[in-house]
Design a protein around this ligand. Structure first.
Ligand code: RIB
Ligand code: CA
Length: 306
């Protein structure tokens, strides 16, 4: 997969922001479209944040505004973790030309991009509403999606309820559909991502270089650290970076194959193993220190002076 073009589906969000920096550092040319979603905050704000991050990273990549809400209309934002604006109140030092975000029939736009590219890796860092809607409306894209890499779910652990993780809990029906529909899905769950967390000392060390990127990341990560710890997490938890790092450095993960289904009833959003299928690649373990170091390097990026 290492050279496959990427469609990134994201709801920035502080940990999404760091994941964007990771992709921009290690494989900027692979990312061919950023599709935003409601989730951590409204899609208006996640789209604005994607434009801000694109400018901060000096990245030429289209941003397309995606779904406003799930069909079942029951999701709640995560402003308590990401701030009211979704980026911890980030104030850029100087006005930046943020560029435009495409608005309108985003499913048609994404379908056209995927069919033109022929084969893509589709990475989801937020709810699965966009992807499920795309597959339902344009089944012809199904063979063009070589693999989905999804940050989501948890087995015996949740962060919205005791059994449901946020991205899945936003739209369990769409997640259940996607997990049954596609032939290859790498699912990076809370069992792994909860361990990928920075403390304040690590944040200070990795944002020490005097660059606009390090200054911005230092600000949002310090805010996120306190919010995450107040919420019972280990530190500033890099859920989404762990997922994108699977797409870049899969050798840092030890995986098994199974199927996964999603409870859409009593335990809404709970992910459960489904042994009748084997289309899901599920990490059992990961080299957590190596993941943290790869993230820190993407922020320090000594040779790229933004
Ligand atoms: O549960 C963590 C996930 O939910 C991350 O993708 C975070 O950004 C939020 O979207
Ligand atoms: Ca996210």
């Amino acid at each position: 997969m290492e050279n496959c073009p990427i469609i990134l589906d994201t709801d920035p969000g502080i940990d999404d922001a760091v994941a964007l920096a990771v992709l921009n550092y290690y494989c900027p040319e692979r990312v061919r479209l950023i599709l935003t979603s409601y989730g951590n905050i409204s899609v208006e704000k996640t789209t604005r944040n994607a434009q801000t991050l694109r400018a901060l990273l000096g990245w030429e990549v289209p941003v397309v505004k995606g779904s406003v809400r799930p069909e079942n209309n029951r999701y709640e934002e995560a402003a308590h973790i990401h701030g009211a604006d979704g980026l911890g109140g980030l104030r850029l030092e100087a006005p930046m030309e943020l560029g435009e975000a495409e608005d309108g029939d985003f499913l048609q736009r994404v379908r056209d991009r995927i069919c033109t590219l022929g084969l893509v890796e589709y990475i989801t860092l937020g709810p699965l509403t966009n992807l499920a809607a795309l597959l339902r409306r344009f089944p012809e894209v199904r063979p063009c999606i070589a693999r989905v890499v999804c940050m989501g779910g948890g087995f015996g652990v949740g962060n919205v309820t005791q059994w449901a993780e946020f991205n899945i809990h936003c739209d369990a029906e769409s997640a259940d559909f996607v997990f049954a529909e596609l032939p290859e899905i790498a699912l990076i769950p809370l069992n792994i991502t909860n361990k990928v967390a920075f403390d304040l000392e690590q944040i200070a060390e990795m944002t020490q270089p005097d660059t606009p990127l390090c200054r911005a990341m230092g600000q949002i990560l310090r805010m996120n650290y306190h919010a995450c710890v107040n919420y019972g997490e280990k530190g500033s938890t890099m859920h989404d970076s762990a997922a994108v790092l699977y797409a870049i450095f899969p050798e840092l993960f030890e995986t098994e194959r199974c199927g996964v289904r999603v409870d859409c009833g009593e335990r809404y959003g709970e992910t459960l193993r489904e042994e009748s299928r084997r289309n899901v690649i599920l990490p059992r373990e990961a080299q957590i220190s190596a993941l943290l170091e790869r993230i820190a390097e993407a922020i320090r990026r000594p040779e790229k002076n933004f």
